[in-house]
Write a protein that binds this ligand. Structure first.
Ligand code: GUN
Ligand code: ZN
Length: 462
């Protein structure tokens, strides 16, 4: 095993309403590149004292946070569509039309020349070469934005999905990777779907097995069972996917209650079920390892059901505004005991940065409060938004206690933020780090992310 010490300013959100700012040192011990925090000392003013309190000798390498910066837990993007990255910034209409017009053509272009994207092309590219190119860019870009863990929707195609898993592993991002299951032949285009339930299940197993063969421990890269959303999957497939997830203990992810027309469609497809969440629950898809994207229109009863099952919700505010979906009730969900994290929902969301999701979580909550007779208990303050992007997300992706902070036992998944050199923040004389963090949140960009580590391994450099 190898040891490293990280020394300098550490900032994190150990609780939803607490911003912790501390100078200290952390000892990280790595086995097979899976670096975990062994020990930490806080409120030290010099590195020698820190090293002797940690009990490490002088041969251990020390990595210093920049004087104008700090270590911050890596962001967790609990909902991102890797194949939609080329569509960032392209949206019009609302969910169901947008899926047909932009999303399915783009996703299918990574596996078949039948994609409408190539309709006017005399020499379409090799789709898998394109998948490799797009996915390399997605992993490099999200790492550079400080995203150390991503829960990815890939595509319906097994080969392209497996390429994403290979790249996340080799580039060192913690990633849960789901082949989208979509075998409802009414609601999916002919050129982009599983053609039968049998095919859907076989493809699901094939991708699970392959991804597990890449990383048998599942520590860094693991498969996640992904019924895209109730309208796109058959009743039969949902039943089998629920069985698979519960037999294997794999994570699950799907969309829920994002858009009012989608909710109406699900009610029409399942007239005997009382709600959208009820449809998933009837198929045993709500587990403590389930990530539900959006949840904009969940009722109180659905929130209670989701909390009782221990499932989490990925709040995707930039996407919800871009697609006109509505505003999720984050504070209401939290008060009912629902786990909530943040998602970029690239490319329903227009930006792959979790920091942008942090800002949007704050901003949309301001509108929500105002529209609810100025009820300020609905606000999501900056500290809470940062917590959602780190600790909250850790709970949602079933990594509670392993990610999101600087406690012993947690993985060293960390970004180094700098404020003066080369970034987009003007400190302009503000002295306190509370104020500086606020300036980072509101004006920072990927240019403020200097180095990024996952499991103690450095995976990005500005
Ligand atoms: N619902 C089903 N598929 C999708 C998707 O790709 N993006 C979003 N935002 N919602 C969905
Ligand atoms: Zn989505």
């Amino acid at each position: 095993s190898t040891q490293q010490v990280f020394y300098g300013r550490f900032i994190s959100t150990p609780n939803p309403d607490q911003l912790s700012i501390n100078t200290g040192a952390v000892l990280v011990t790595s086995n097979d590149g899976r670096g975990t925090i062994q020990n930490a000392v806080w409120n030290v003013t010099d590195v020698q004292t820190a090293l002797s309190s940690l009990g490490v000798d002088a041969s251990v390498p020390v990595i210093y946070a920049a004087d104008d910066g700090f270590f911050f837990p890596g962001f967790i993007d609990s909902h991102i569509h890797a194949p939609q990255y080329p569509n960032l910034g392209l949206f019009e209409g609302t969910l169901l039309d947008w899926l047909q017009k932009y999303t399915y053509p783009m996703e299918s272009s990574l596996s078949t020349t039948n994609s409408p994207l190539y309709a006017n092309s005399t020499a379409p590219p090799d789709p898998y070469a394109r998948a490799h190119e797009v996915y390399t860019h997605v992993v490099a870009s999200t790492l550079a934005h400080g995203t150390t863990t991503a829960s990815y929707f890939a595509t319906v195609d097994v080969g392209a999905t497996n390429i994403l898993a290979e790249l996340a592993l080799s580039m060192g991002q913690r990633a849960y990777i789901g082949r989208t299951c979509q075998d409802n032949t009414d609601n999916n285009p002919w050129y982009y779907r599983d053609n039968s339930t049998a095919e859907a299940i076989a493809n699901t197993w094939s991708s699970i097995k392959y991804i597990q063969s890449l990383d048998p421990t599942g520590d860094l890269v693991a498969p996640i069972v992904t019924p895209r959303f109730a309208p796109g999957v058959t009743n039969e497939s949902m039943t089998v996917l629920g069985q698979i997830a519960n037999e294997t203990n794999l994570r699950l992810q799907m969309h829920i209650s994002e858009n009012v027309r989608e909710v109406a469609l699900v009610a029409q497809m399942y007239p005997d079920q009382s709600s959208y969440a009820g449809v998933y629950d009837a198929h045993n898809l709500l587990t403590d390892r389930t990530v539900l994207a959006h949840g904009v229109h969940l009722t109180d009863d659905e929130m209670d059901l989701i909390a009782a099952r221990g499932s989490g919700v990925s709040h995707c505010p930039a996407s919800n505004s871009a697609l006109g979906s509505g505003i999720a009730q984050v504070r209401r969900m939290l008060s009912k005991g629902v786990n909530v994290g943040l998602g970029t929902d690239t490319a329903g969301g227009y930006n792959p940065s979790v920091l942008e999701a942090v800002r949007q979580a704050f901003l949309v909550s301001r509108e929500l409060s105002f529209l609810a007779n100025d009820d300020r208990t609905l606000d999501v303050p900056t500290t809470l938004a940062l917590w959602l992007g780190t600790m909250g997300g850790a709970k949602v992706v079933y990594m509670d206690g392993r990610l999101g902070g600087f406690e012993p036992g947690m993985l060293w998944d960390v970004q180094e933020i700098t404020l003066d050199s080369g970034g987009d923040v003007d400190i302009f004389g503000w002295e306190t780090w509370t104020e500086r963090v606020s300036k980072w949140v509101w004006n920072g960009s990927r240019r403020n992310v200097n180095r990024v580590w996952v499991g103690g391994r450095q995976v990005s450099q500005r």
